[in-house]
Ligand binder design. Structure first.
Ligand code: SF4
Ligand code: FE
Length: 486
């Protein structure tokens, strides 16, 4: 059965032998760890919704390899319609989790690796695409969550990989054997790493000939020998250890990032999809980043929907919902959020097939999408904080609310509209805090800035794809200028 249930997914994670450090300690049981668990719940939702007939059209697809129904996260886009459905699926999951549900990085990685391995083989006569397709078939059959791992720590940004003081600052091949390669290095900011079954590693930048050892792409089980993780901290993460359900803001869901370290990891050739072809590393980065920049036009919009809803409720509970400036701010938040969605849909609708048959988004529009994502969630968050009021960050804790004596004081002085229980007002304000400043802010704000590449990376692509010369000739035609440009 190619589509797993959420329960089967959870059970499959329990069977894995991850080596994870969190706050200086080795984690024995990641699935039930209170800091990690909410992030696992978010990924689990990608399985649960795929089994809900209501969401079948968005959450599932037909495998082009086997003709079987599969989870859309394991699918290669076969049309613009697939690309559009991907964005809609991500918006839906953002609405259901109000967090990063992590599984998109693998989906974006397989779509990028498919076309690039195909084009590499055509040029070099290699068999990377066949190996990759075998991996993809297993991924679809097992309904794996795959972590697409791109970002190296990068050390001194002014130096290429081979000139770094420490060669491990970029993942690289340290040994080539008859049966495979051995790799060392690390990938940073790895979204969903310890909720994944496999990882798909890709190079992080365009490379020159001397960086051949660093132009490497491969798949490995996420708990393979030699791989370990150092779990990233998030703002307010230890609130999850307090046991309540209000102060965390989002009790059930979250996201995570981790440093993934490769300490002499052996990769059999069958799982190696690039090894030394430096001229293709830039293309793989460009395509993966393009798909992930499209993704943000879905996931951030879904989280934005929750934030707008929470803000409107806060206004209701404060008794401020009829004020014209509050109404106008909610309109502005909606306008910004829907603009992001429009970009996600536009770059999908304007997609086109690559040589392998897999559809690629319109790269210019995907980069415009992500450039807007580096700005609009900040403005949406600013307006949410404006409407919510200062109480969002000065409120007492859930322990105070539950206290036999001072609980009454909290109830008395933090009441807004008298028909709304104080606990509900606190819950909605904590949710806004969580999305704008707490654990979900990693995914909604800072990830909006740096995830899928920092703003300058999009501007480079916009410059490359923007067609300035063609625009000049349009202007010359209209103005009646025949001379060539200087
Ligand atoms: Fe998916 Fe968004 Fe998280 Fe990236 S940031 S993995 S696109 S939910
Ligand atoms: Fe991301």
């Amino acid at each position: 059965m190619p589509i797993k249930t959420g329960e089967q997914y959870e059970a499959s994670l329990r069977a894995m032998k991850f080596k994870i450090y969190l706050q200086g300690e080795l984690v024995e049981n990641p699935v039930d760890h209170p800091i990690i668990r909410p992030s696992m719940n978010s990924v689990k939702m990608t399985y649960d919704l795929a089994n809900d007939p209501q969401y079948e059209e968005l959450m599932t697809a037909t495998s082009h390899l086997t003709g079987e129904k599969i989870n859309r996260f394991c699918h290669l886009h076969q049309s613009c319609d697939d690309l559009v459905k991907k964005v809609k699926m991500q918006r839906l999951l953002g609405q259901k989790t109000a967090a990063c549900f992590q599984r998109c990085v693998g989906m974006d990685a397989i779509n990028a690796a498919d076309s690039v391995t195909f084009e590499m083989d055509r040029k070099f006569g290699t068999d990377y695409h066949k190996r990759f397709t075998n991996f993809l078939r297993r991924m679809q059959e097992e309904d794996w969550t795959v972590d697409g791992a791109m970002t190296d720590p990068k050390g001194d940004r002014s130096l290429p990989p081979h000139k770094q003081a420490d060669p491990d600052l970029y993942v690289h091949v340290v040994e080539r054997r008859k049966d495979g390669i051995v790799v060392c290095g690390a990938k940073a900011h790895q979204t969903g790493a310890v909720n994944s079954h496999w990882i798909l590693v890709m190079p992080t930048i365009a490379m020159g000939k001397e960086d051949a050892d660093y132009a490497v792409s491969f798949a490995a089980p996420a708990d393979a020998d030699g791989i370990f993780y150092i779990y990233g901290r998030q703002s307010c993460d230890t609130r999850k250890l307090e046991g309540g359900s209000i102060d965390v803001g989002n009790k059930q869901f979250g996201g995570h990032e981790a440093l993934m370290v490769f300490d002499n990891v052996f990769i059999p050739w069958e799982n190696v999809f690039m090894c030394g072809e430096t001229e293709y590393s830039g293309l793989l980065v460009e395509r993966f980043a393009g798909y992930h920049r499209q993704s943000y036009g879905g996931c951030k919009v879904g989280v934005g929907d929750v934030l707008i809803g929470a803000t409107a409720l806060a206004a209701d509970y404060n008794g401020a919902s009829k004020a014209s400036h509050v109404k106008d701010k909610l309109i502005e938040m909606t306008h910004l959020n829907e603009t992001l969605y429009s970009c996600g849909i536009a770059c999908s609708s304007e997609g086109s097939p690559t040589a392998s048959g897999t559809y690629l988004i319109n790269l210019l529009l995907a980069n415009v999408c992500k450039q807007n994502v580096t700005r609009f969630p900040y403005e949406i968050a600013r307006l949410a904080e404006d409407i919510a009021g200062g109480l969002m960050v000065t409120m007492p804790s859930e322990h105070d609310l539950r206290h036999p004596e001072i609980g009454r004081v909290v109830e008395k002085y933090f009441c807004g509209v008298s028909s709304v229980p104080v606990e509900e007002r606190m819950r909605i304000l904590r949710l806004i805090e969580n999305i704008t400043l707490g654990t979900a802010a990693v995914g909604y704000r800072t990830e909006s800035m740096h995830g899928a590449g920092s703003p300058q990376a999009q501007r480079i692509m916009i410059a490359r794809q923007g067609g300035i010369e063609q625009k000049k000739s349009l202007a010359k035609d209209i103005a009646g200028i025949a001379h060539p440009s200087p």
